[in-house]
Design a protein around this ligand. Sequence first.
Ligand SMILES: Cc1ncc(C[n+]2csc(CCOP(=O)(O)OP(=O)(O)O)c2C)c(N)n1
Ligand SMILES: [Mg+2]
Length: 798
Amino acid sequence: MNDLTTSPSAISYDATVLEEIQRRVLWLATRIVDAANHDRETGDGVKVGGHQASSASLVTVMTALYFAHLDAPDRVSVKPHASPVYHAIQYLLGNLDRSYLPTLRAFGGLQSYPSRTKDPDGVDFSTGSVGLGAAAPLFAAATRRYVDAHFGARPRSRFIALIGDAELDEGNIWEAVADPATDGLGDVLWIIDVNRQSLDRVVPGVRIAQWEQQFSAAGWHVVEAKYGQALQAAFARPGGNSLRDWIDAMPNEHYQSLFGLEPAAIRERFLDGAPPAVQDFCAGIPDDELAPLVTDLAGHDIGSLLDAFAACDAEKDRPSVLFAYTIKGWGLPIAGNPRNHSALLTSGQIDELRTSLGLTDATEWDRLDPMTPAGQWAAARREQLARAPRTQAGNEVVIPDATGLRAARPISTQEAFGRILVDLSRAETVAPYLVTTAPDVATSTNLAGFINRTGVFSPVPRRSWSEDPILKWAEGPDGHHIELGISEMNLFLLLGQLGLAWDISDQPLLPVGTVYDPFVLRGLDAFIYSVYSGARFIVAGTPSGVTLAPEGGAHQSTITASVGMELPNVTFIEPAYAVALDWLLCGALQSVAAAGQIGARHGTQGGDQAETGSFYFRLTTRGINQQPFQDARDRLGDAILRRQVLAGGYRLIDAAAEAADGAPPVYLVGCGAVMPEVLIAAAELADEGIAATVVDVTSPDRLYRAWQRTLRQGVRTATAPSIPGAIRSAFPHRAPVVTVQDAASHTMSWLGSALGVPAVSLGVDSFGQSGSVADLYRAHDLDAGSIVNAALAALSLR
Ligand SMILES: Cc1ncc(C[n+]2csc(CCOP(=O)(O)OP(=O)(O)O)c2C)c(N)n1
Ligand SMILES: [Mg+2]
């Protein structure tokens, strides 16, 4: 072994061993992409793809992390296009079976981008949509801070994100950095892969100075790993400062154009426009030394990187960002080429690379030889990085079936939601785990009662200057509400990480977020990201729809119900009545708690996983009379009614019992706030001798899924599908249907098809405006008169 070097992080490492390991990582990452494209016949003519250049860019950083810096509890988010590097490293560490190496982008194989739920080798954070996976560790660290404050300190984790430089163009990055909820997180390190290239182009100008100032202004510790040791030595020579100044001022486009040139041409290009001092300094350096010198960047210098990591570790009270200057395509013939983002090495180039590493066709997929220092180092690192099993803390979470909410007077689902949470905050087996969050809408979404009881979370106690008797905004480490600034992206990123605390922080939580329903769409990409990652949480979109009448078109949501229904791993729920909400919310919390306790990563291939995912409640501020629900309770009894409410729908008015013989039957199917109009319409139809049964759909999603399940089963087994029980119990006989919802009419329009009957779907298919509820319902045909007419139309279609 060579002399060991000791970095300030107190890790002794052998530089030549790490060099050897990183060459093998580069080879495997490159070959994994190559094999996906050239060794596999897909038979469909669709290009497989993969990112060799983007991967090469991070090889040194990731080798330094995994083979020298990380400890077992640390968590890392890897930029999407470097997934081959991650898998190559896990393979070399012995955590990935060799059979996976040729399966990048194959069905059931290694995913294109790191996936928590689909990849076999323990991915910490899914990535893919640039910016989101990058920000996720920041919210995981915020979650850990919360968990440590409430449940006792976990073994310290460092939360690291490996981020492409162009990812900093995404606004969500800066929303995350700016939010006070992410202040002071000393365990966070973002490493920016500064290869000055994005997908299309060289990132224009020199933007780093601006980015660095933005991070500094947000209270971050900013570090650069810019110049490699050869360049640093050159700068230290007399006149070397001029070289540094020249490179520092050089726009990305100019610097990047050096790559791929012959050595003599590099000199000419590099010195194009340079002041005499730089010309003189470089005159003493031969062509074949100048080219490697001016492209000697610290992002490919393991020692410089480890020093920078250690400097960041020393910052305990603020997050760190390290700008690591790298070369896209480092070590490959496509290095620095502006068109290299999706470029693939030719077979000839692969052969040359293989040979240059001393590998052959027979040995190319081998692990490091365990008899060599590199192989022994990898084995030792495998031990060091092995994680302790989760303790399954939180198994004592017990959620009741209902809080026993009473609703004698008219009440809205939003108000009931607030009361249910207050009630749960008194329950010993629930309260410790409940954590709420909202993007500056906590009070207007009825979380004030909960906040009054439980307080607002702050890592240190804060004096309250408010004497408001209605809202006690007490802030301290005991608080259970995490307040965010107005960023719905941050809301869903935080919910996602709170909803993964059972895994990442070994502590199941019951996360509940609130947001104005129209602005769910503002955070939609992060919502999708979080549920794709396997997070379990509850979000309430409230108030919703045109029922928010005076607020006008900009605040009235229309397509959110469709979004909730169609999002995988999300169950969409829109109850009309308070007690139904009580049962549904408790049921959802039970599901979230159970998922956390089982703790299994789910989602291998297909299947119906929605009920192990998250829950989206769409609520309203419209108070409605609760008596009809009480009547249904009296008629059916709580056991049956509860089962039907949870299954997705029940008969609120059963006309069959009351209507005269021969009265034509029709179903009026309502969902959510429109129920009073549906009931009035039913009464008017009864007066006209039509037997209108009213079905209250509590979850169009659950009914639809039940229908789809039986259909798909029929398709897969080539047998006639039956009508599922959940639909049959709400719709026992055949009759035309009218569906009514304060949401896009499309949301329930499938019901006619499911029941095999004519259907008229009423809903909101154009933007609204300000007005009263009656105005808006009339404008969108949600008023009782329109529902009556729709029933007559449906009957005429029989
Ligand atoms: C939200 C989103 N928009 C667009 C893309 C397509 N895309 C993938 S990589 C990329 C460029 C990334 O550049 P950078 O972050 O600098 O990565 P690197 O240079 O390291 O490959 C783009 C636009 C994406 N994955 N996600
Ligand atoms: Mg880049």
